[in-house]
Design a protein around this ligand. Structure first.
Ligand code: NAI
Length: 331
């Protein structure tokens, strides 16, 4: 039998946490033959509620779940973890300045980075979900210098999956037959959902999305804005932000990273830029990646037309600005 993998979920008493921990305990993230030990962290005001989640995990009698640590102590939470899903953060409240929210999250991610650096298992893989996701991940990277930068990522898979969903609905095809959309850049409304290289499996073979959706205006307009603003549309409808889809995307992200992407398929992940596609080095930016043996690689050589270039640059500019704001909170 396999040794259990220790998975940390921060903010585990929150909405996404509540959807995510049962998925992990059922093997959705790491596979149906991989036992797990869940480490759940939240802050003291949420301690009682966190304990309630722990009680429910016991009550669910998940066969793969070999243990649960529920704590408000960062060191206890981080000790020995192989995978860290960072969902906890400070939300933007009405009337708050962007800088104030940034400042709160910078200090959270700085201290949690130090705890992971000191206490996580070697080669721990980190996924930051909490917003501003790319910049929180960058701060985490800065303050956990012994964790390889390749191990620190942020979630844009939800945006990627939303793009697949929109194409599937538009063409009335199965979502599982659509692949290779790309989310470039920030997990924010400046992200660029790109279908220039996406394909659909049809009875006549694989066809480009651009050929099947002949309406270029839709692809360059409404499609992009729908994906960019889907988070706000969910809040409007549910009066709460996306949770089940975010949790599911977090599982997809880790599963593909650890177990590999299918041949011929890429996914979107926020990763530390190496300068590919002329994206500035030093940003956590969403790229198309393939994964093999637990490592991601940015897909190279894709043609970037002028329309796309502008969009890649605009979202990079926003990330550079966010980075500067985050650094100004450090001093
Ligand atoms: P929530 O407010 O329901 O839960 C957040 C939890 O984090 C709360 O239980 C809170 O007590 C906890 N928390 C706050 N500070 C903490 C700290 N220092 N350490 C540990 N836990 C802490 O929020 P929800 O809906 O679960 O969303 C969580 C985050 O995920 C938000 O930042 C949200 O914006 C982000 N998000 C990101 C998505 C993505 O695609 N990257 C998609 C959807 C949400």
């Amino acid at each position: 039998a396999k040794e259990p993998v220790r998975v940390l979920v921060t903010g585990a008493a929150g909405q996404i946490g509540y959807a995510l921990v049962p998925m992990i305990a059922r093997g959705v993230m790491l596979g149906p033959d991989q036992p797990v030990i869940l480490h759940m962290l939240d802050i003291p005001p949420a301690a009682e509620s966190l304990n309630g989640v722990k009680m429910e995990l016991v009550d669910a009698a998940f066969p793969l779940l070999k243990g649960v640590v529920a704590t408000t102590d960062v060191v206890e939470a981080c000790t020995g973890v192989n995978i860290a899903i960072m969902v906890g953060g400070f939300p933007r409240k009405e009337g708050m300045e962007r800088k104030d929210v940034m400042s709160k999250n910078v200090s959270i991610y700085k201290s949690q980075a130090s705890a992971l650096e000191k206490h996580a298992a070697a080669n721990c893989k980190v996924l930051v979900v909490a917003n501003p996701a790319n910049t929180n991940a960058l701060i985490l990277k800065e303050f956990a210098p012994s964790i390889p930068e390749k191990n620190i990522t942020c979630l844009t898979r939800l945006d990627h999956n939303r793009a697949l969903g929109q194409i599937s609905e538009r063409l009335n095809v199965q979502v599982s037959d659509v692949k290779n959309v790309i989310i470039w850049g920030n997990h924010s409304s400046t992200q660029y959902p790109d279908v220039n290289h996406a394909t659909v499996k049809t009875q006549g073979g694989e066809k480009p999305v651009k050929e099947l959706v002949s309406d270029d205006e839709w692809l360059k307009g409404e499609f992009i804005t729908t994906v960019q603003q889907r988070g706000a549309a969910i809040i409007k409808a549910r009066k709460l932000s996306s949770a089940l889809s975010a949790a599911s995307a977090a599982c997809d992200h880790i599963r593909d990273w650890v177990l590999g992407t299918p041949a011929g398929t890429w996914v979107s992940m926020g990763v530390y830029s190496d300068g590919s596609y002329n994206v500035p080095v030093g940003l956590i930016y969403s790229f198309p990646v393939t994964c093999c043996n637990g490592e991601w690689t940015i897909v190279q050589g894709l043609q970037i037309d002028e329309f796309s270039r502008r969009k890649l640059d605009a979202t990079a500019a926003e990330l550079s600005e966010e980075k500067a704001l985050a650094y100004s909170c450090l001093s």
